[in-house]
Design a binder for this molecule. Structure first.
Ligand code: SAM
Length: 278
C-alpha cells in the first residue's frame, strides 16, 4: 500500500459500523497507533487483525512521533485510530498529523463514524450550519462564560457531555440560552439503549432530573441556534431577570430590571409570568 499516515474512523458503539476500507487498511499497514492499545485490541481481535499496535496520545513523548515518522521515512504506512469514532474529533492526533505533513508524508483520512455527525443526522434540528463545541469547560465560571458567548449564535450547537455533568450543564444552558430553546439529547448512539429526545432545554433538564437512566452512557447534546424571537430584550437580560425572580417577588424583579435596563416593567413582568415554572 502507499506509504503514509491513514487516519481511520472506528465504531462509536456497534462494531459493524466500520467500513471495508478501514478493515483492509488496518490489516495492511505496518503499525497501528492507538489512543488506548488495550481498547483497540478488542476491535482488532473481533476482526482477526494482528497488525502491531503502539500507543499514541497528543501528550505522548516525542519518541512515539519519531517512531511513526521513521516508519514513514522507510516507505512504510501507519494507521491512527482513537478509542471510538473519528480521530482528532475531541480525540488525539492533531500533533501527529501536523508532524507527518511537516515531514512531507501524505495523510489519508478514512471517513466513518463520528458521534457529533451521527447525532446531527437524527436530531431534527437545522444542519445547514452547526458549531461543534466539544466538551464544555468543567468549571462553572468558564462554562457559563462559554455559554454566554454562544447565546446569540445562530448555528445549531453540538456539545459532547459527560454523564455526571449532564444535569448541571442543562441547568446552565436553561439559564444562559433560555428555557424554551429547542434541544436534543442523543445518548448511546448505535448501542442497545440508543435514545434521541427533542424537547425544550427546560423539558430535557426536567427529564434528566426525574430519570437517572437518561443520564447514563455516552451523550451528545445539541441546541438549536439563536433565532429572533420577537422578545424585546436580550437573552442575557432574560437570564438576569429569571435569576432575580428566584430571590424576589416577580413584580420587584421586573421593577429592578426595568429601572436598570430601560425595558418596560410590564414587558418584563409578562415574560416572568410566561416562564413561571422555570
Ligand atoms: N472521536 C469521537 C467521535 O468521532 O465522535 C469522540 C471522542 S470523545 C473523547 C467521546 C465523546 O463522544 C463521549 O463522551 C460522548 O460525548 C461522545 N460519544 C462517543 N460515542 C458516543 C455514542 N455512541 N453516543 C453518543 N455520544 C457518543
Amino acid at each position: 500500500m502507499e506509504s503514509g499516515l491513514y487516519v481511520v474512523a472506528t465504531p462509536i458503539g456497534n462494531l459493524e459500523d466500520i467500513s471495508r476500507r478501514a478493515l483492509a487498511t488496518l490489516g495492511a499497514v505496518d503499525m497501528i497507533a492507538a489512543e488506548d492499545t488495550r481498547h483497540s485490541q478488542r476491535l482488532l481481535q473481533h476482526y482477526a487483525i494482528d497488525t502491531p499496535l503502539m500507543a499514541y496520545h497528543d501528550h505522548s513523548d516525542d519518541r512515539a512521533v519519531a517512531k511513526i515518522l521513521a516508519t514513514l521515512a522507510r516507505g512504510g504506512s501507519v494507521a491512527l485510530v482513537s478509542d471510538a469514532g473519528t480521530p482528532l474529533v475531541s480525540d488525539p492526533g492533531y500533533r501527529l498529523v501536523r508532524a507527518v505533513q511537516d515531514q512531507g508524508h501524505p495523510v489519508h483520512p478514512l471517513p466513518g463514524p463520528c458521534a457529533a455527525i451521527a447525532a446531527l443526522s437524527a436530531a431534527g434540528l437545522p444542519t445547514d450550519r452547526f458549531l461543534f463545541e466539544g466538551f464544555l469547560p468543567a468549571r462553572e465560571g468558564a462554562r457559563n462564560n462559554r455559554l454566554a458567548r454562544l447565546a446569540r449564535e445562530p448555528a445549531t450547537l453540538v456539545f459532547y457531555e459527560a454523564p455526571h455533568r449532564l444535569t448541571e450543564s442543562l441547568a446552565a444552558m436553561v439559564e444562559c440560552l433560555g428555557p424554551q430553546r429547542e434541544a436534543v439529547l442523543a445518548r448511546e448512539l448505535s448501542k442497545a439503549f440508543e435514545t434521541v429526545k427533542r424537547d425544550s432545554l427546560e423539558g430535557l433538564h426536567q427529564l434528566v432530573q426525574a430519570d437517572s437512566n437518561q443520564r447514563r452512557g455516552e451523550i451528545v447534546l445539541l441546541v438549536a441556534g439563536w433565532r429572533e424571537s420577537g422578545q424585546e430584550f436580550s437573552e442575557e437580560l432574560a437570564a438576569l431577570l429569571r435569576r432575580l425572580a428566584r430571590e424576589l417577588p416577580a413584580k420587584t424583579a421586573a421593577a429592578v430590571v426595568a429601572e436598570w435596563s430601560g425595558v418596560r416593567k410590564k414587558v418584563l413582568y409578562d415574560y416572568l409570568l410566561a416562564h413561571r415554572e422555570s
